[in-house]
Design a binder for this molecule. Structure first.
Ligand SMILES: Nc1ncnc2c1ncn2[C@@H]1O[C@H](COP(=O)(O)OP(=O)(O)OP(=O)(O)O)[C@@H](O)[C@H]1O
Length: 960
């Protein structure tokens, strides 16, 4: 496969394009990295943002260039490796590296390091654009960083098209965030930079046969790449025109990189396939445009506060301080006195332990010295070869093995020969010939050994040397035997010596008997034998002494072991005690802390007590002359006790009250419910009364209207009467003039009226005169009518007055009702406020409202039957103990009855006179049933004041 890598480097530090390179198909990634990416990486490590991205048609090798494979790592792994090697080569600085890895798939940003981070949003701050909520991982090594890339690649969208089996379906941006600062004193702030390593998805031509999802992906890819091309094109123009960074997520994210504040290295990959010629051409055009983009890369500002490295450094310093404090804090919380006490205790303990240890050491040393002494003794004695002595015993044994026949001789003569040899050796007169050669040899060897070892001077054997032999012989056994074996051996030796002595004694007896026959020859033998017996006895004594010493030694040895055990036990105890001491000291610390807390609490309490005492003193100073604090505190305590007792009794009382109240509450609730029902009933009554009042008012209005009408009619009638009378006067005047002015009377009035009616009438006087009689008649009729009307008017006025009175009464009644109603509502509201109950008075019944007293209710009396106020109120008859609502109900009933009376609706009481309100002794019920009048009143009225029914037609309903 032939691939070409086209690299356009945009130069560094504000340079314009300095180099562009074309790489052939056999170029390795390392070479491309060296040219295209390394300078960018290096600059990024120095604080300049850098971006390296691969652009090209699908399957042209972008992913291969950026990621590479196992054999040939791409730009990204090489860059990471380089970053860490730069860190290695920069010992003077501290670095903190973080990585993030995202993809832009179908214009959606997904976090490749965190599968839950989907559809992330792009934000912008002073530093530029960034992805909100993207996961950033701190990396510590190249492998660590590459592991994140590998993990991210798992989540990347990859699919196959007809050019590439593993075609990238998304743009990926691997970002390395680099923070660095100098060490210690040379600290110059934290430098932050970003290195973006981008693997774009490949542009897809129409030849890329895609359907469905691939087509959709392809369109998104092409669109974003087109936007990238447009942005590059705009930037390459160099004009201050609008750059459509926001048209795609890719350009939006690369905005700060492309806008010229960091290094950008664009690697364009092309394929030599003729089928991709158009795309290759487009890629080259894109590269050509990109070359013209000017970059003014600069080092990023120093950020201190936001930097993670600074944060970590701060944390580290804080932790160090905490550690120091912690180290010092071993003694924090313990005051100086405690420390001193603890120290003292420790010292005391140490002294004790030291003295005990010293004692033990001394005991140990004593034992050791004894052991050493004993050991020395053993060592010293081990130089003596008791086998020589013992060798004699085996020799004896060997001699036993010679034959049973020789046994007696050996036993009989051996010691004698031995003694004889000994005698010869010891006194250097070894003249006596041995009876047995072998015995002699053995004896000789033994005796020579004794003489060599025990007698350095090589002189004749002495008492001491013999004793030394015995001791050493005995001691030697300890080298290979136990003490008990030694003892046994010594005892055996003693027994043997005793046997030899006994044998020597019997031999001596036999020699003494022989000396009777031959005194010369046996004399010497007897002397030698006596000497030998004495020697044997001496040796036996020495051996006995050795046995005693061995016993002592065994006792000493036992005591040594015992001492050693004691020492061990004491050491263990010492360790245990030391451990206990540590625990105790730790406990002591804890107790000390607790004690401190307690003491602080005590202090606080003491302060409180002092304050209380002061208060008490100030309180009692004026009253009491008690001087001693004890008395004050006693009084105070007594008071407190009394207070507590009174408080307790109050508490009990309160509890009882609570129980009572709860019982009352339940009772009152029931009552409240009843009252609510009554209140609703009273409300209904009040509303009915209001309706009735309204009707009454309507009727009154009607009456007023009728009255007004009547008044009008009356006025009209009066005017007519006046005009007629005036006309009559005119006529009379004319008549008088006409009849010499001598006559007066009706003619004159008629003449006057005629004059008044019209001046023209005079002209028609003749004709008017003809009607004179008629007029007279008419005048009379009118006069009568006038009188009737006046009477009616008077009646009307009277009725009007009555109506007014009624209205007033009704109004007052209404007011009273409203007052009652208001009182009721007040009562209801109060009941609700007091928990929905009416408090009982001694449990005997409901209590009147404190602010709505019965007297107040009576102060708004309902008018009586006569319309007088506050007279004969039935409410007065209600006992005061009755509940307000009951009284109200009674009042409402009364009102209703009165209403019925007023209305006269056929009720028995409705026969009361509606004019004088007298008792219905002589009442009549009008046919119209409007008014019920008494006889006297009905006489005054000729018709029903309401409907004008003639009273002549009246019907006396009843008379009492
Ligand atoms: N220089 C190269 N040496 C060897 N193999 C290469 C080289 N460049 C690309 N390839 C191979 O070509 C194939 C396509 O390459 P790659 O996936 O990198 O293309 P791409 O441009 O990233 O494609 P797409 O845009 O579709 O993702 C891969 O199998 C890759 O291994």
């Amino acid at each position: 496969m032939h691939l070409e890598f086209v690299d356009f480097d945009f130069g560094f530090w504000g340079w314009l394009i300095v180099a562009d390179r074309v790489f052939g198909p056999h170029t390795v990634s390392q070479e491309v990295y060296e040219v295209a990416a390394k300078p960018v990486v290096k600059a990024a490590m120095e604080g300049v943002n850098g971006t390296v991205f691969a652009y090209g048609v699908t399957s042209s090798g972008k992913t291969h260039t950026m990621h590479g494979d196992h054999n040939s790592p791409g730009i990204i792994p090489l860059a990471i490796k380089d970053v860490f090697s730069i860190i290695q080569d920069t010992p003077g600085r501290e670095f903190l590296l973080r990585v993030s890895y995202l993809e832009i798939y179908n214009e959606v940003i997904n976090d490749l390091l965190d599968p839950t981070g989907q559809n992330l949003r792009v934000r912008e701050d002073a530093q530029g654009t960034y992805v909100e909520g993207i996961k950033e991982e701190v990396v510590l090594s190249p492998g660590h960083a590459l592991s994140f890339i590998a993990a991210g690649e798992e989540h990347r969208h990859v699919g196959s098209n007809n050019f590439n089996l593993l075609s990238s379906r998304s743009h990926t941006i691997f970002t390395l965030m680099i923070e660095s600062s100098d060490h210690g004193d040379e600290y110059d702030g934290v430098i932050f930079s970003q290195l973006n390593l981008i693997d774009l998805a490949g542009s897809e031509s129409s030849k890329t046969e895609t359907t469905g999802l691939r087509r959709k992906e392809g369109s998104y890819i092409n669109k974003s790449l087109l936007t990238l091309g447009t942005v590059i094109g705009k930037l390459s123009e160099g004009k201050a025109s609008h750059v459509p960074y926001r048209d795609s997520k890719l350009t939006r994210l690369l905005q700060s990189s492309l806008s010229g504040h960091g290094h950008v290295s664009l690697i364009c990959t092309v394929t030599p396939a003729s089928s991709n010629m158009e795309e290759t051409h487009n890629t080259l055009k894109f590269a050509s445009r990109a070359k013209r983009v000017e970059i003014f890369a600069s080092r990023n500002k120093i950020i201190d506060e936001k930097s993670l490295i600074k944060k970590y450094q701060r944390e580290i310093s804080i932790l160090k301080q905490e550690l120091d404090q912690l180290k010092r804090g071993m003694l924090v919380g313990i005051n100086h006195e405690e420390i001193m006490t603890l120290k003292q205790k420790l010292e005391e303990g140490q002294v004790k332990m030291q003295s005990r240890l010293e004692e033990e050491e001394e005991a140990k040393a004593a034992l050791m010295s004894r052991i050493q002494r004993l050991t020395k003794l053993i060592l010293v004695s081990s130089k003596n070869t008791i086998p020589g002595y013992l060798g004699d015993i085996p020799s004896h044994q060997r001699s036993y093995s010679v034959g049973e026949d020789d046994k007696f001789d050996v036993l009989r003569e051996g010691p004698l020969l031995l003694e004889g040899e000994n005698q010869k050796d010891s006194i250097s007169s070894a003249s006596a010939a041995p009876a047995d050669a072998s015995f002699d040899f053995k004896h000789r060897r033994s005796s020579s050994k004794w003489s060599e070892e025990l007698s350095p001077s090589g002189s004749a054997i002495t008492e001491s040397s013999q004793a030394g032999e015995l001791i050493s012989g005995s001691k030697l056994v300890t080298g290979g035997m136990t003490m008990s074996d030694q003892m046994d051996l010594l005892v055996e030796q003693v027994k043997m010596l005793a046997g030899e002595i006994a044998f020597g004694t019997s031999t001596l007896k036999r020699l003494v008997e022989q000396s009777v026959n031959d005194p010369d020859s046996s004399k010497t033998q007897i002397q030698n034998l006596e000497r030998e017996i004495q020697e044997k006895r001496r040796q036996m004594r020495l051996l006995e002494q050795r046995i005693i010493e061995s016993g002592e030694a065994s006792i000493a040895n036992a005591s040594l072991v015992e001492m050693q055990q004691t020492v061990m036990r004491l050491m263990t105890q010492c360790n245990e005690k030391g451990f206990e001491l540590e625990i105790k000291s730790a406990d002591n610390r804890i107790l000390q802390e607790q004690l401190q807390n307690k003491s602080s609490e005590n202090k606080e309490l003491q302060e409180k007590v002092n304050i209380l005492e002061q208060r008490l003193v100030s309180f009692t100073s004026g009253k009491s002359s008690m001087s001693s604090e004890q008395c004050v505190s006693d009084v105070y305590i007594d008071e407190l006790r009394k207070k507590i007792q009174s408080q307790e009794s109050e508490n009990e009382k309160l509890k009882l009250e609570q129980v009572q109240l709860s019982e009352e509450n339940s009772g009152l609730r029931v009552q409240n419910q009843k009252l609510a029902e009554e209140a609703s009933y009273a409300k209904e009554l009040a509303s009915a009364a209001a309706v009735e009042l309204k009707n009454l008012a309507g009727e009154v209005t009607k009456l007023s209207l009728q009255n007004a009408k009547l008044e009008k009619e009356l006025l009209a009638a009066r005017e007519l009467v006046h005009s007629r009378s005036a006309a009559m006067q005119t006529v009379n005047g004319v008549n008088r003039k006409f009849n010499d002015g001598t006559r007066t009377g009706r003619k004159g009035r008629l003449a006057g009226r005629a004059n008044e009616i019209s001046g023209v009438v005079c002209d028609d006087f003749e004709s008017w005169n003809l009607d004179h009689d008629d007029l007279k008649m008419e005048l009379q009729a009118r006069k009568q009518r006038e009188a009737v009307l006046e009477a009616a008017l008077a009646e009307k006025e009277f009725i009007e007055d009555e109506c007014r009175k009624k209205i007033e009464v009704a109004k007052k009644r209404e007011e009273a009702l409203e007052n009652d109603l208001a009182n009721m509502w007040v009562l209801v509201a109060k009941l609700k406020k007091e928990g929905g109950v009416i408090p009982e008075r001694n449990g005997e019944g409901t209590e009147y409202l404190s602010d709505v007293k019965p007297n107040e209710i009576e102060s708004n009396p309902v008018p009586d039957d006569r319309g007088a106020l506050g007279v004969s109120n039935p409410a007065d008859e209600i006992p005061k103990e009755e509940p307000l609502v009951v009284r109200l109900k009674a009042r409402m009933q009364e009102i209703k009855e009165k209403e019925l009376k007023y209305l006269g609706n056929g009720d028995a009481n409705s026969h009361m006179c509606k004019v004088c309100f007298e008792s219905p002794t002589a009442a009549i019920l009008l046919p119209c049933r409007h008014f019920c009048l008494c006889k006297s009143c009905s006489l005054a009225c000729s018709e029903c004041p309401l409907c004008r029914t003639k009273i002549s037609d009246r019907l006396f309903a009843f008379t009492s």
